[in-house]
Ligand binder design. Structure first.
Ligand code: NOJ
Length: 540
């Protein structure tokens, strides 16, 4: 019936592989661990898994520093184990996406090793080398995302190389056609193996201004903010020519049937949507991270949804994200009660949702003692809240030692409350967060309007966010209370009649409403509207 691509109706799930399931007892998650947990993912009801990088890497940035694009790091397993994971996942009708990191390599990658040998190296132009400024300093004021200059002097040849992230992550020169061709081959290597697509790391960074002008200072910058925000990255990211590069990646993905290209992009909505590309020849899904930065407040969220919906190009398919391995956990940001409402929002908005592992059991943002800090960002820029370890802690499977994640002390501490918040306990509790996620995913799977219907805002006032998803023959109402106080819900000038499909507390599922409803504090309801329910036009 749905003539839609699978990734439009899918629920995606991000696995940070170091922290999902350790199978070989070294305290770090691995591919066999992921395979062992496939039944859990099937039971949850998700359709596709994106696995953060698993390629050989010195792990300076935990895999985002790749030293071999077509291998598997022994920490995670072997190519054979990846094949086994792909086969098992596909047998369970789960798709597997890998994380492509094309903007930069590790400084140990043979390409960079060759590039740095001499100015005449045939690989010299695979990276971005510049002479020092007249004073011997860096060529310009470009900043690394992880603190300090983005230029590193390489004494062997007396030039600087550019690194948008760590000095151990030199940026590739995507203006060089040989780099493009090599990365296209990398993609084909995985696509031929049966991988269902890629999430592409920092895709909006791939090209930089080839005249290398200084970035302008950011007048809004205040001490205490992350240091790279001192300048506005107008010359280092979001260059107009990047869209041709991305169209090139897309053409490779399109050589294979049914694959998807997702781009990691942190930009304002009007810029973000350009990443669908001219005539939709760019990313299928430019990741929409807008919810990560929006204050948790009904009017602001409604405005954001409207802005995004209005900005999408014709045919551009929306998507939503509530968390990832770079940003604080949603439960830490809005609290455990509102994390349920956030789940309801994520799974009832129009477009493909991506769940970050552990959010479905309410995993918290874990405080990391100084002596356990692993994240290079926190190490470089300590004490101002940049650290990402707290959102990367081991998955909480059960109440046994190390939360059932590993037989050994894990690489990052397990959350203190794991004996209560874990898969094993929550799977037996119908009022748990896990069960809420399961019920929401199942409702979405059953309901054409939730999967594919239009989004119609109804109200956003005080703590109430109310919208309808509708398609011919079916309408679903979503009412979310973003605060702790009771909120009555009526349709001004209309009639609210329907049946509750999912209630946040699991205690009103199946309830019939004949008039209005009242949302309790921190409550959300997803309701199938009766055919004769009269829904007013938007009153946002
Ligand atoms: C974005 C990734 O999500 C992040 O974890 C990483 O540190 C940077 N890109 C650099 O690759």
């Amino acid at each position: 019936m749905d003539r839609r691509a699978w990734w439009q109706t899918a629920v995606m799930y991000q696995i940070y592989p170091r922290s999902f399931q350790d199978d070989n007892g070294d305290g770090i998650g691995d591919l066999r661990g992921i395979r062992r947990r496939l039944p859990y993912l099937c039971d949850l009801g998700i359709d596709a898994v994106w696995i953060s990088p698993i390629f050989p890497s010195p792990m300076a940035d935990f895999g985002y520093d790749v030293s071999d694009y077509t291998g598997i790091d022994p920490l995670f397993g072997t190519l054979r184990e990846l094949d086994a994971l792909l086969a098992a996942a596909h047998a369970d009708e789960l798709k597997i996406l890998l994380d492509l990191v094309p903007n930069h390599t590790s400084d140990r990658h043979p390409w960079f090793q060759e590039s740095r040998v001499s100015r005449q190296s045939p690989r010299r132009d695979w990276y971005i080398w510049r002479d020092p400024a007249p004073d011997g300093g860096p060529p310009n004021n470009w900043r690394s995302a992880f603190g300090g200059s983005a230029w590193e002097l390489d004494p062997r040849t007396g030039q600087y190389y550019y690194h948008a992230f760590l000095a151990a992550q030199p940026d590739l020169n995507w203006r060089n056609p040989a780099v493009r061709a090599a990365m296209h081959e990398v993609m084909r290597f995985w696509l031929k193996r049966g991988v269902d697509g890629f999430r592409v790391d920092v895709i909006w960074h791939l090209l930089k201004d080839d005249q290398f002008p200084d970035n302008p200072p950011n007048p809004a910058f205040r001490p205490g903010q992350r240091p790279d925000h001192a300048v506005i990255p107008v010359h280092t990211t979001d260059q107009p020519e990047v869209h041709e590069v991305i169209a090139g990646l897309r053409r490779v993905v399109d050589e294979f049937p049914d694959r998807v290209l997702i781009g990691e992009i942190y930009l304002p909505i009007d810029r973000l949507v350009t990443y669908y590309g001219r005539d939709l020849e760019g990313a299928h899904l430019p990741f929409n991270f807008a919810l990560l930065d929006t204050p948790w407040e009904a009017r602001g969220i409604a405005k954001l949804i409207d802005e995004y919906e209005a900005a999408l190009p014709p045919g551009g398919w929306p998507n939503w994200v509530l968390g990832n391995h770079d940003r604080p956990r949603i439960a830490g940001r809005v609290g455990p009660a509102q994390a349920r409402i956030a789940a309801m929002l994520l799974l009832t908005l129009r477009g493909t949702p991506t769940i970050y592992y552990g959010d479905e059991i309410g995993m918290p943002q874990v405080p990391i003692p100084t002596d356990r800090v692993c994240d290079p960002f926190e190490r470089n820029v300590p004490g101002i809240g940049c650290g990402r370890d707290g959102a990367r802690t081991p998955m909480q499977w059960d109440a046994t030692a190390n939360a059932g994640f590993s037989t050994r002390e894990p690489w990052l501490p397990v959350a203190a409350g794991y004996a209560r918040d874990n898969v094993e306990r929550e799977r037996r509790d119908p009022a748990s967060m896990l069960d809420l996620y399961r019920r929401l995913i199942a409702a979405r799977r059953r309901s054409p309007s939730l999967r594919l219907g239009h989004y119609r805002p109804i109200a956003a006032s005080g703590d109430l966010l109310l919208y309808v998803r509708e398609c011919p023959g079916e309408r679903t109402l979503v009412g979310l209370n973003l605060g702790g106080h009771t909120v009555p819900v009526t349709f001004p000038g209309g009639q609210l009649r329907g049946e509750v499909l999912v209630s946040s507390g699991a205690d009103r599922d199946g309830a019939i409403s004949q008039g209005g409803i009242t949302l309790r504090g921190n409550e959300g309801l997803v309701m199938a509207l009766a055919p004769d329910a009269v829904v007013p036009p938007s009153v946002v």
